[in-house]
Design a protein around this ligand. Sequence first.
Ligand SMILES: Cc1ncc(COP(=O)(O)O)c(C=O)c1O
Length: 445
Amino acid sequence: MTHTLIYPHTSRHNDAGHLEIGGCDVVALADTFGTPLFVYDEQTLRDQCRAYVAAFAGLTPAARVVYASKAFSCRALIELVAQEGLAVDVASGGELAAARAAAYPAADIFFHGNNKTAAELALALDYGIGYVVVDSFSEIAALDAAAGRRGVVQKVLVRITPGVTPATHPAVQTGQPDSKFGFGLTAGQAAEALSLCLAAGHLEPVGVHAHIGSQIFDLSSYRREVEVLMGTLAEWRAALSFDCRLLNLGGGLGIRYTARDQPSSIAELAAVVLAAVAGEAARHEMTPPTILVEPGRSIAGTAAVTLYRVGTIKAVPGGHTYVAVDGGMSDNIRPMLYGSRYEAMIGNRAEVAASFEATVVGKHCESGDVLVRDVMIAPPELGDVLVTPGTGAYGYAMANNYNGQPRPAVVMVAGGAAHVIIARETWDDVLRLQQPLAGAAVVLD
Ligand SMILES: Cc1ncc(COP(=O)(O)O)c(C=O)c1O
């Protein structure tokens, strides 16, 4: 394979000239399970988890890896990351429900969100969740009251916006001071939030959290993040007697979507982060807190490809050749949200030279429903299995029912076998919650 850093680790071209992943021929997968189909390679997922654990575990300062389940949340994946020894973060009641369905230990779950509802906080407290990452003044009051009603003390981390802006798409920058997430440092809001948590009868602040953004290539942003946060912790130790035990630096390590991308490795991230923490701890004469990192994309992203069936091919004289597939912005909205670039290949002619310039479009009623613009693929034919790699993170997780499109199935492949881990939705599923105009009326008080 030429694209081993873009395709799952077990990818190869088989004797039939087809792409094979986890010992499964993509044409057989498409024939058996239908398309669009997300195909996750179990080996790649485990490799990525193990690379993180190897890079961060057993070193000084102590560190722990937390899987950011927003990248791809489902029972099977949570079970897999649990087997690999990772903690888990969730960003909603639905993601918490998936962790619960996977019987993931509540004590190792972190709960994020800038607007957790009362019902979500209740679910978290009743499940005995390990850590809530508090994100607003009103949440601190609500969580303290809800914990008090249950007679429990909830461990919390205070989410900080450290004022570090990495070079990435503005929509996935989250560390800048003017953000919907967390508490800023400059106007003293973060210190105020910590003081409120320290004074609250039913909250135990054990650490701080920051997440500066996503798809980050330049590791110097992480060094800067550590400097800001460790400096803040030194100030808070003196001013508020706060002994920070957990410093969660968030996720964000970038991955290779196209041959042009040059991401840093997991080992390089660990080296930069751990050296920066050790250096700052020495400078401020502090015992370093336990470091947490929260990767999502760099665990799940490269582990999956999406299989589509080519339905129409339209060559516009003087324009593009539009190769239309049976999915689109309902299963991968990243190109439309962030202008994200992908590669593509014809899976049933994997060995044929990519000599044809195509624009791969979806089936939705939007001109913007373009999955891959101007990409070189083997000359396409109707019925081909078109493959887009790198769709394991924020693909299915952001899938939707636009145009009434049922969400795809998801399979996990390993050793020549495929398991359905999320069933395909049907038109009946899409209709299930809809009621006729003359449905039962609700009389309001
Ligand atoms: C709080 C938090 N942690 C971790 C992540 C995971 O980031 P990534 O998937 O880029 O590693 C995100 C992503 O948005 C996040 O918001």
